[in-house]
Design a protein around this ligand. Structure first.
Ligand code: FAD
Length: 433
């Protein structure tokens, strides 16, 4: 009797789990259940549109998706169309791979003003995620502040800074391209409450900011004096020192006729979003790092801006019937086991950290634990799921259906671009008839 496994979520951690299961238990049957009609989670909806090389990792996941043992059930939301308890009755094992879809709040007055967005929404908007396509940020602004010193903050700043020419070979959605490229934006402020030696950007992403066609990085050389924190291991120290070197190189750049400036502002913590109904600026407090913590100095300054993007981290969301750690934004588990044949992988297990490859270990471990639990329990698996979905009138999207959407996106691309994304579920379902 085959082992029947349901993987909830078709992002990286979900597909790493599928690959690990196929390798160690080739006779299992795996159903990947995804709330969107499109697979691959943040590879499609998070990774920046101008980083197509990174996005191309989907090709490896497609190899798994096309295996006879694997079925994709897109447009099926667990919690709405089928519950975890129902899945537990249908499958020998259920793997939760649902990521961390929410934004962490800044927690400061005024953050509910129009023009303030979390990175999950803003990135989702430019990447055509159906949840955010109607975000409609007003980009008729001269200045934007991006709060955060990680790669997501850099992605947001870079997408705002690049020219139409630089974005021509990307899958930036047409509506976002129109809004961004017609914006009168000249100044982007990227603010971190700690120093440059603490910044989490990877060096490749940081260096890219010095190679933009129409944007100059602006760095205050005096902020580079403090070096890197003392308590780092050798690898981290080397990475951070490389970042400092790159920032030093930036101090030598001159605008040379470029329209936009990207201001790196370290030791600056947001305390209030200013303005009336809409954001007009952000009040910042200068900080100093003491014993590894950023502490306020009591000295304040203001950045006038019409757009604020908070890229300070993502948060998970509780699943009915599963224990949730509100503080960490993850499901409660013991080394990935939630209990009772249910496992967690990826961001909903670890929190929103790490790179693509970090999720592989979770997938390998989940597969190992599922197999350790012994032989299949004779549960019906996909036959039961299909019957359930039919009974509820759910139009699920198979992998073959997704390939039709994929083909239409590729066919609709302008010259040089990889695809023209559909961003509405209705549009995609209409295409499938
Ligand atoms: C903006 C951004 C850019 C990034 N860029 C890079 C990069 O360039 N390089 C890099 O190495 N890493 C990058 N990362 C990190 C990388 O994307 C994550 O490590 C990875 O996506 C985490 O995988 P996951 O499977 O946990 O979550 P996700 O990729 O988010 O997948 C979760 C999936 O579950 C689905 N889902 C959610 N709820 C349900 C439900 N109830 N029912 C069914 N399905 C559901 C979602 O729709 C989604 O498809 C980036 C992250 C972000 C946020």
């Amino acid at each position: 009797m085959p082992l029947n496994v349901a993987v909830v979520g078709s992002g990286l951690s979900g597909f790493y789990t599928v690959a690990a299961l196929l390798k160690s238990a080739p006779d299992c049957r795996i159903d990947v259940i995804e709330r969107l009609p499109t697979p691959f989670g943040l590879i499609r909806g998070g990774v920046a549109p101008d980083h197509q090389k990174t996005k191309n990792v989907w090709r490896a996941y497609e190899k798994s998706a096309l295996q006879e043992a694997v079925r994709f059930f897109g447009n099926v939301e667990v919690g709405r169309d089928v519950t975890i308890d129902e899945l537990k009755r249908m499958y020998d094992a259920v793997v939760l791979a649902v990521g961390s879809p929410l934004d962490r709040n800044l927690g400061i007055p005024g953050e509910d003003k129009k023009g303030v967005f979390g990175a999950a929404s803003f990135v989702g908007w430019y990447n055509g995620h159906p949840d955010f396509r109607t975000l409609d940020p007003n980009l008729d602004v001269k200045a934007a502040a991006v709060i955060g010193n990680g790669n997501v903050a850099i992605d947001c700043a870079r997408v705002l800074a690049k020219t139409p020419e630089e974005m021509a070979t990307t899958d930036l959605t047409a509506y976002a391209a129109e809004a961004i490229h017609n914006a009168p934006l000249t100044d982007i402020y990227m603010c971190g409450r700690r120093g440059p030696g603490d910044a989490k950007f990877t060096n490749v992403e940081l260096r890219e900011m010095g190679e933009l066609l129409d944007c100059t990085p602006v760095v205050d050389a005096r902020q580079l004096d403090e070096g890197v924190p003392a308590d780092l291991d050798d690898r981290d120290r080397r990475l951070r020192e490389r970042n400092l070197e790159t920032l030093r190189e930036f101090t030598a750049q001159t605008p040379a006729g470029r329209k936009k400036r990207l201001h790196f502002m370290f030791y600056a913590s947001p305390v209030e979003v200013l303005g009336g109904e809409r954001v007009e600026g952000i009040r910042m407090e200068r900080t100093a790092v003491r014993d590894g913590r950023a502490v306020g100095s009591g000295e304040y300054f203001e950045i006038p801006c019409g757009l604020v993007i908070a890229a300070i981290g993502y948060d998970g969301t509780p699943f009915p019937g599963l224990p949730f750690d509100r503080k960490r934004g993850v499901v409660v588990h013991e080394n990935g086991r939630i209990g009772d044949g249910v496992y967690a992988v990826g961001w909903i297990k670890r929190g929103p950290t790490g790179v693509i490859g970090t999720n592989k270990h979770d997938g390998d471990l989940a597969a190992e634990q599922i197999l350790e639990n012994g032989p299949a329990g004779g549960k019906p698996g996909r036959d039961a799921l299909e019957a359930h979905l039919r009974g509820k009138g759910v139009r699920w999207v198979s992998y073959a259906d997704w390939k039709k959407i994929d083909a239409a996106e590729i066919a609709g691309a302008h010259a040089g671009a990889p695809r023209r994304k559909f961003s509405s579920v209705e549009e995609m379902l209409a295409l499938l008839g």
